[in-house]
Design a protein around this ligand. Structure first.
Ligand code: GLN
Length: 455
């Protein structure tokens, strides 16, 4: 099985994979065969998986899509990788992504963009573009991804595959190269909700090495996320936020979403009109908080301990400056500048503190809504995938496209994307649309159930 996928990867021109090592993969596959022969297998033993290059991996490079870490190999495995290895999964390689997971199109990768397998002139979405493209093109049956403001859901949507961002704190961040620590959360991207459930079973659980990992009794217990897949949806109340269907939503996306909602009604669910009035504020709030945390997290890349170091410099300060100027791409530098600005003395109260207060109100919006519905549904993104290059020089256009995913992340809620059709019109016919399903804290099993019944 591993050899078959390696051959497919070898023939692919999508640029989804950054590192493959056939010998290492086949060695792991042989060990999995041995476990199967010894009756020592889990449900995942021998199944190939590929990891977003934001997870550190022993024996494989971990670049985070950055020149800064171009030649970096970690001496240890991320918690997520450790768990999949323990389950007997076989690593196929490392997947392309936006630099330090900052982006919505995968065009911010130092190693070049990924192509959307449905339409190679389109972006795959981001930042986990390599993960979504690899699943869509059947280069891997399972992939890891991370979501800080939409990076699991949006590429899954643009590539017509299934992805789930768990409740913040469910999955350990240990060994995940940090972007914005209060938002970063790992999750799986796969073909179906059922596959995602099996992967989440291995990924989730308390880890004392991550200070924000949920403790046992508070959401950190091992759960069977596949337990409710076959529950009927009779009586399910689906909240439809009016802010997710207003101005800016493309007609073809709306049509696909409304058709999916009609299917849910046929399955016995009722649609309830709700409001998430602070939705618009999620963009400015996110683009204050995420860069603030990023500027702090990325200060470790100083050219001294690890990562890129400039060849020529005058003194220590010059070495820091040149190493960072050469190692970080434009978007990363932009966010560091924004982050240090909003955190500096005199502006902290006006920007960072204010953003934190609004973040709390955004979370409250959802709690108010969940008094009237069980799950919330809407589009993942306002449009289908755009053309490669179309917004590459327009960061704000990229930020605005995150409108439907950011508030879930700010609130720490679980959210998923499932394929629900394609765009219309000459250009968009092969570009998938994703339905977003948002649940209350710890409602992953419910989300997977709701997704599975549709699939
Ligand atoms: N597109 C958002 C950003 O650029 C989200 C990225 C993510 O979730 N990692 O920050």
């Amino acid at each position: 099985l591993a050899a078959l996928f390696l051959d497919r990867i070898g023939h692919s021109d999508l640029n989804a994979f950054l590192h493959v090592d056939r010998a290492l993969t086949l060695q792991q596959a042989a060990a999995a065969d041995q476990r199967l022969a010894n009756n020592d297998a889990t449900a995942l033993t021998g199944i190939p998986i590929a990891h977003k290059d934001i997870f550190v991996t022993r024996g494989w490079r971990a670049t985070a899509g950055s020149k800064m870490l171009e030649n970096y190999t970690s001496p240890f495995d991320a918690a997520v990788v450790e768990q999949f290895n323990a389950a007997g999964m076989v690593t196929l390689g490392k997947l392309n992504c936006d630099e330090f997971a900052m982006g919505s199109s995968n065009e911010n990768s130092h190693f070049g963009p990924v192509k959307n397998p449905w339409d190679k002139s389109a972006i795959p979405g981001g930042s986990s573009g390599g993960s979504a493209a690899a699943i869509a093109a059947r280069l891997a049956p399972a992939a890891t991804a991370t979501d800080t403001g939409g990076s699991i859901r949006q590429p899954a949507s643009f590539c017509g595959v299934t992805g789930i961002k768990p409740t913040y704190g469910r999955v350990s961040r240990y060994g995940m190269i940090a972007f914005a620590s209060s938002l970063d959360q790992a999750g799986p991207i796969a073909k179906s909700a059922e596959d995602c459930a099996l992967l989440l079973n291995a990924m989730a659980g308390f880890d004392p090495r991550d200070s924000t990992s949920l403790e046992p009794g508070q959401g950190g217990d091992k759960e069977d996320y596949a337990r409710d897949l076959n529950q009927p949806l009779q009586g399910l109340r689906i909240g439809i936020p009016k802010e997710y269907f207003g101005e800016g939503l493309a007609a073809d996306v709306e049509q696909a979403i409304r058709a999916a909602l009609a299917e849910y009604e046929k399955l016995g669910a009722t649609l309830v009109d709700i409001s998430l009035p602070k939705t618009k504020l999620s963009i400015p709030v996110y683009y204050v908080i995420a860069p603030a945390e990023a500027s702090s997290n990325l200060s470790r890349f100083d050219g001294v301990r690890y990562g890129h170091r400039a060849k020529e410099y005058k003194d220590l300060a010059d070495m820091y400056k040149k190493s960072r100027a050469e190692g970080f791409g434009d978007e990363v530098q932009r966010r560091i500048l924004v982050g240090t600005y909003v955190l500096c003395h005199g502006y902290y109260d006006a920007y960072y503190l204010q953003a934190q207060k609004i973040r709390r109100l955004i979370a409250q919006d959802f709690q108010d809504a969940f008094t009237r519905c069980d799950v919330i549904m809407g589009p993942v993104a306002p449009t289908v995938a755009w053309d490669l290059g179309a917004k590459a020089n327009d960061p704000v256009a990229n930020y605005l496209a995150d409108i439907y995913t950011l508030s879930t992340s700010l609130a720490g809620l679980p959210g998923m994307s499932i394929p629900c059709g394609f765009g219309q019109g000459e250009k968009n016919v092969h570009r998938p649309v994703g339905l977003q399903i948002i649940g209350n804290y710890f409602a992953e099993a419910k989300l997977l159930n709701v997704a599975h019944q549709y699939q």
